[in-house]
Design a protein around this ligand. Structure first.
Ligand code: IPE
Ligand code: IPE
Ligand code: MG
Length: 256
């Protein structure tokens, strides 16, 4: 079967009225994919760009509102300099190359993470692309760059403490909404579905607060091999799960 045909069959199985609003993806396995093909790790990162393109297009086409991609973690700064530099350069190149497509497809680019820690060229390219796509409304593509959940929580606690110490905020005013509004994802609904490619079954410091009730989906597929059908399959599987939020199955069925 042609892959386009297979994609259409899968796509037709997705219930468009029960889509997750927000999907978050840990794009893992680039290095191992490259090694498997006898190439340097950097080649895996380059090949992963095609997957980003495909998944962004597929998500926007079916009507996902937010797509967050974990592109570089706080811990990834500890990789060899050559790999870090190559990744930062790849980011600049990719953002430049994809900007017209983002605008054509009405996709807004946002970023979560410690932007200040990025090299200037990467930071400026990113800020420019965010500004140029700020008015797009079909889908928001959020890149997690120099991001980690613990970094984000530390920032939030610092900001809240400062407000309390200045008397702007009373400790008993602190609730879940207030904390959520101090996180990098302020204004973005929590992901209902989190996918990790590459075979590992861990979270690696990604969106810890926000995935409190997300459905987790792990696949052995390496990121450079991840295609539209893999996204469709994850969504179809998500739609077959019963999300109980602490209630009983019977309670949930009564409300269906
Ligand atoms: C994910 O792929 C990309 C980044 C973390 C930047 P990896 O580079 O972690 O690939 P593996 O896990 O080593 O195969
Ligand atoms: C997580 O992948 C970070 C990104 C995908 C950007 P890693 O490859 O860095 O995670 P670990 O080290 O396997 O946990
Ligand atoms: Mg990895």
């Amino acid at each position: 079967m042609e892959s386009k045909e297979r994609d259409e069959i899968l796509k037709a199985q997705i219930a468009l009225n029960r889509l997750p609003k927000h999907i978050a993806i840990i794009m893992d396995g680039n290095g191992r994919w490259a090694q498997l093909h006898g190439m340097a790790r950097v080649f895996g990162h380059q090949s992963g760009v095609e997957s980003v393109r495909e998944v962004t297009e597929a998500a926007a086409e079916i009507g996902i509102e937010y797509l967050t991609l974990y592109a570089f973690s706080t811990e990834n700064w500890n990789r060899p300099n050559d790999e870090v530099n190559a990744l930062m350069a790849l980011l600049v190149k990719t953002i430049q190359a994809e900007l017209p497509t983002l605008n054509k497809n009405n996709i807004r680019l946002q970023c979560i993470g410690d932007i200040e820690s990025l090299p200037e060229a990467t930071r400026l390219e990113l800020l420019d692309a965010m500004q140029q796509t700020a008015h797009n409304s079909r889908m928001t593509l959020i890149l997690a760059l120099s991001y980690s959940a613990k970094w984000e929580i530390v920032q939030a606690v610092k900001n809240i403490s400062e407000k309390v110490s200045k008397g702007i905020l009373q400790p008993d005013e602190i609730d879940e909404t207030l904390i959520a509004n101090e996180l990098a994802t302020k204004g973005i609904p929590d992901p209902e579905l989190m996918i990790r490619t590459g075979g590992e079954t861990r979270i690696s410091n990604f969106l810890l607060w926000q995935i409190a009730y997300a459905e987790l989906s792990f696949t052995k597929v390496f990121w450079p091999d991840f295609r539209k059908n893999d996204l469709y399959e994850a969504i179809i599987d998500f739609q077959q799960r019963q999300r109980r939020f602490g209630k009983t199955g019977e309670q949930i069925e009564t409300f269906l």
